[in-house]
Design a protein around this ligand. Structure first.
Ligand SMILES: [Zn+2]
Length: 391
């Protein structure tokens, strides 16, 4: 049986223990100790990592810790002799992050349960953020309200208690629990916010949690999933977002609190310019068409910067004036997009030969083909000169 030091003191980072078992497994060496401060993965909280140091200076890394009923299973990258005394050292930064996140999760879950009657149906401490799933939906306003109350509870700096009430006390206690529990039940209480059966590690006072910020939400299993930053991660996010807003504020010459409105206005003017630009482009295309003398045998135009739709529009207008009309858009290095229209030729056959000769692709049906070629303008012109003479 392993004594779990983290229940007596969640702030204990080093400990001494004796190795009571060691065997090789697929996940490395599984080491059992008579006591440990390493928290095994459970209750939504990831396991601790760290090292075990033996008296003979052997050091093994603890790469995973799992619950094993009466024992805690430490998976390590090397073996330790049974009977040896070791000193264990947990990665405190990782553990403290988990403690802050776990306590923060209880506050948010307790508040939402109390306010809306929703259960916490899932909890995950991810690398980037914590996710909590609730059994019902919340509006943006309700999320902000829960977030505000949670941060208030943090700032109140209340004591967080972990106790094992007796059966009598437990029977009248109103606490959250994911499953039917038996035996000694550990109840974690955050006065005024939450009371919940929990096997995890928590900070001593709510003030240690730091800021709690909901950064996203999505529908999940008839309810809602909240993505939440707690502690250092919330602070880092605030710094990054603040820097971003400062930059946008500088670029748009508006106060940081007015950046969203300013971007709105900017997009409005971009859209107005797009419309104006489109109208001017159409005028230009029409002028090009007007310059062509009606009744020409063939008209071939080389253009730049036209959209595929404009290329087609231009070719469409030209075919009213000429027997054979072609519009190419691009340049020698990038290649050309094309639309070719002929009233008298078999365009399917023409297109096949055209593409084959000029390293192109595309096709179509009479009277129009379209596609792209990777050939130089002079090669395209030479090809068209020759094939049009044959007609
Ligand atoms: Zn918990």
């Amino acid at each position: 049986m392993t004594t779990r030091y983290y229940y007596k003191d969640a702030y204990q980072t080093t400990f001494e223990a004796r190795v009571t078992g060691c065997c090789e497994t697929e996940k490395g060496y599984e080491i059992l100790l008579d006591g440990t401060a390493f928290y095994p993965e459970g209750g939504g909280q990831p396991c601790d990592l760290g090292v075990l140091k033996a008296a003979d200076k052997t050091v093994v890394n603890v790469t995973d810790v799992q619950e094993g009923g009466e024992v805690v299973r430490h998976f390590c990258d090397g073996p330790l002799e049974v009977g040896t005394k070791v000193q264990g050292e947990i990665d405190w930064h990782r553990r403290l992050t988990h403690m802050r996140e776990h306590s923060g999760e209880h506050i948010i879950s307790g508040i939402i349960c109390k306010t809306h009657g929703y259960s916490n149906i899932g909890f995950h401490m991810g690398k980037e953020f914590v996710t909590i799933d609730f059994s019902g939906l919340l509006t943006e306003e309700q999320i902000r309200e829960a977030e505000r109350k949670a941060n208030e509870k943090v700032m109140e700096n209340v004591e967080i208690l972990a106790q094992y009430p007796d059966a009598e006390a437990l029977a009248v206690l109103d606490y959250r629990s994911k499953k039917e529990l038996s035996g000694d039940i550990r109840i974690v209480t955050i006065p005024g916010a939450d009371c919940c059966a929990c096997c995890g590690t928590h900070v001593k006072r709510s003030g240690e949690i730091g800021p709690i910020k909901v950064i996203g939400s999505e529908h999940y299993k008839n309810g809602i999933r909240l993505n939440i930053l707690i502690g250092e991660k919330a602070l880092a996010d605030y710094t990054q977002k603040s820097e971003n807003t400062q930059k946008i504020s500088g670029l748009l010459s508006v106060k940081p609190e007015h950046t969203a409105d300013a971007v709105d206005k900017l997009l409005e003017s971009v859209n107005a310019l797009k419309l104006e630009y489109g109208a001017l482009k159409m005028q230009l295309l029409e002028q090009k068409v007007d310059a062509v003398v009606a009744g020409e045998k063939s008209v071939v135009l080389f253009e730049k910067g036209l959209s595929p739709v404009d290329v087609r529009k231009l070719a469409d207008k030209l075919q009213e004036k000429a027997e054979f009309s072609a519009v190419f858009c691009g340049d020698d290095s990038e290649g050309y997009k094309y639309v070719i229209i002929s009233k008298s030729m078999d365009m399917a056959a023409f297109g096949k030969d055209f593409n084959r000769s000029l390293n192109g692709r595309g096709g179509g049906r009479n009277p129009m083909i379209q596609g792209s070629v990777t050939a130089a303008r002079c090669e395209i012109e030479a090809y068209l000169d020759e094939s049009l003479q044959e007609v």
